[in-house]
Structures are given as C-alpha cells and as structure tokens.
Design a binder for this molecule. Structure first.
Ligand SMILES: NC(=O)c1ccc[n+]([C@@H]2O[C@H](COP(=O)([O-])OP(=O)(O)OC[C@H]3O[C@@H](n4cnc5c(N)ncnc54)[C@H](O)[C@@H]3O)[C@@H](O)[C@H]2O)c1
Length: 316
C-alpha cells in the first residue's frame, strides 16, 4: 500500500502512524486534520505528507480527494474525557457526521477503512475481561460523558451495516488507553497530565478515590497492529487493542512520582468537583486481547513501568 489517507493524522496516534507508514515505504499520505486537538508540527518533517487543515464535516469534495488512494485510517474525532465534557455536541457531531462522510468517500472510491472505536463503548460492564462480544453497559443519557461512547457505537453500527450490505470494507478497532511520546496533557489524558505535574513538583489530581483501574497500551504497538490489519484485510471484524496489565489511578500517580523522583503530592478530588453531575466513571477497563494477538501474531511489547520511563525520558 503506497497511497494512504490518515484522518486525524496530526494527532497523537495519527502522527505515530504517519511516521511508521513512511518508514514502511508509503509514498503519499493525505492527512486531514482541523488541529482541534492535533499539532501541525507533529507531521511537518514528512515530505510524503500532503496536509489538509480542514474539518472533515466541512469538506465538500471529499470523494474527489480520496480518488486513487489505497487505504484510509479514520482517526479524526473529538477525544478525551475533558475535551468531550467541554465540547459536548460538537464532538458528538464530528464523530457521527465526520465518520459518515469518510465512509461515503471510501465507498465511492472502493477504499477499505480502519476506524478507531473505543473501550468506552463497554461502559461500566462488570465482566472481568471485556471481549469483543461483551454486552455494553453505558450509563443514562443524562450522564453526558457517555455521548462519546454512543457516537463511536453509531460509527461501528454504520460500518458493520454497510459491510453487511456489501458497500464498505471496514475494520473496527477498539482502543484501550493508549499512551506514548507526544500525547498532550490538555484534554484529560491521565498519563501526560500526571507526568507534567510530577516534573514540575505540582500536585497530582486524582479523580475519585483513585481505586479505579486502567490498562495502558504503548502507541507504537497500536500502529503496528493498524498496519498489520490493513495488510490482512479482516473486513467486517472488530478487534480490542490494549494491554491486560491493570494499574489503579492512585498506583499510577505513585509510580510516576517514583520514576520522576518528584516532590508532588497526590490530591484527591471528586468527579463532581471536576466535571459536575453529568459525569460518571467506570471502575475497571480491561480487554481480552486474544483475538488481535492470535490474528496478527503481535503481542503488546511493554509493561507500564517501562512505558512511563520512556515517556519521561522523551519529555526531559
Ligand atoms: N488515545 C486513546 O487512548 C484512545 C482510546 C480510544 C480511542 N481512541 C481513538 O483514536 C483516535 C485518535 O485519538 P488520539 O488519541 O490520537 O487523539 P488526538 O486528539 O490526538 O487525535 C484526533 C485528531 O483528530 C483531529 N480532529 C478532530 N476532529 C476533527 C474534524 N472534525 N476534522 C478533522 N480533524 C479532526 C484532531 O485535531 C486530532 O489531531 C480517535 O478516533 C479516538 O477516538 C483513542
């Protein structure tokens, strides 16, 4: 595959993907990104990249632009708990209208598309491990935090419906807390926020009691999976992409303080203090990753301690 589209390619995962695609021999990459949460400097050094700084929903000739491309990675979306809570309807519409538009352009040009869904769609499921077929348990619509999950579910339903009807070749990946160099702390992502605070000896704010756990996944592994899936063409399939090692948010804060040798204090604040009463959290979020590992033969490469050390080294 030589000619590739990456929507959201100036963002965190998107820019790692662009770099890897170029390392693997891509000749032309069309990046579409409105820079709402991405940065042009993430991709400025790549001569193979043609950068269109626009909001997908506002592009009139998307199908024309997609002409002659081999594959589309659709990453553009409103992302991050804090960003979603501050841009409620805007991010909801981006995730639905933008995705619809991308699918239409892919269909017109017969281009397969990989879409980045999320672990959020499992909601507050209390199953020990979350398999691709695990039932979703998102909260009530009054808890607006779930709008992100619902919009990504619509994306999945649309992708799978159009696959069933024979008009689209989608691959769906559900990502579980991806971390790595270049991730911004500004939109509520916990690891870059904690590391930034620790490096400045500022208080580390833990939401709730800090007993909620997450499993973090290295961004380089994620882009390896993306590229392998595009080659293997499992159209109409869904894959969890994540790690099975769990860590509580309080332990994460302690680990970051230890690794950075910081004097930061851990300060607990309730979710209500931070996001108001339209928010609720999930206590655990751990994927079963047998499907992606067996299918691609690729295993996650790093544990949480090494990931944090790498990010800290990068920031320094
Ligand atoms: N990072 C994670 O842990 C995680 C977890 C689950 C799912 N995802 C999904 O992975 C994808 C990439 O996320 P990321 O972590 O790299 O976040 P990111 O915010 O760095 O990347 C999203 C990119 O899309 C761009 N964008 C947003 N709305 C746009 C629009 N309307 N038109 C054009 N560009 C637009 C942003 O400017 C940004 O560069 C997203 O679809 C996200 O939902 C990420």
């Amino acid at each position: 595959m030589k000619k590739i589209i990456v929507t959201g390619g100036a963002g965190f995962i998107g820019s790692h993907l662009v770099k890897k695609l170029i390392d693997n021999g891509a000749e032309e990459i069309l990046v579409i990104d409105d820079l709402s949460t991405g940065k042009a400097e993430n991709i400025k050094d790549f001569k193979e990249v043609e950068f269109l700084n626009k909001k997908i929903e506002e592009i009139d000739n998307l199908a024309e632009l997609f002409n002659n491309f081999d594959f589309c990675y659709h990453l553009a979306a409103g992302v991050g708990v804090q960003y979603i809570m501050e841009n409620l309807s805007k991010s909801l519409l981006t995730n639905i209208e933008g995705t619809h538009k991308v699918f239409e352009a892919c269909k017109e040009n017969n281009i397969p598309v990989l879409i980045t869904s999320t672990s959020e769609i499992y909601g507050t499921s209390d199953e020990k491990e979350w398999f691709e077929e695990t039932k979703s348990l998102i909260g009530p619509t009054t808890k607006l935090r779930w709008s992100y999950a619902a919009s990504k579910m619509i994306d999945e339903f649309l992708a799978l419906s159009e696959f069933e009807e024979g008009s689209l070749k989608p691959i769906v990946v559900r990502l579980f807390n991806i971390i790595g160099p270049n991730q911004l702390p500004d939109f509520g992502m916990v690891v870059p926020k904690f590391i930034d605070a620790a490096l400045k000896d500022e208080p580390i704010i833990v939401h709730g009691d800090g007993k909620q756990s997450r499993s973090f996944t290295w961004v380089e592994d994620v882009v390896e999976y993306f590229i392998k899936l595009a080659e293997m063409k499992p159209y109409g399939e869904i894959f969890n992409i994540g790690q099975t090692e769990e860590i509580s948010i309080k332990e994460l804060a302690e680990l970051i303080i230890k690794i950075t040798d910081s004097n930061s204090e851990i300060v607990q604040k309730t979710h209500e203090e931070i996001f108001g009463n339209k928010f609720e959290d999930t206590m655990r979020r751990t994927p079963n990753i047998d499907k992606i590992v067996n299918f691609t033969g690729i295993k996650p490469s790093m544990g949480i301690e090494d990931m944090i050390k790498e990010i800290v080294a990068y920031k320094k």
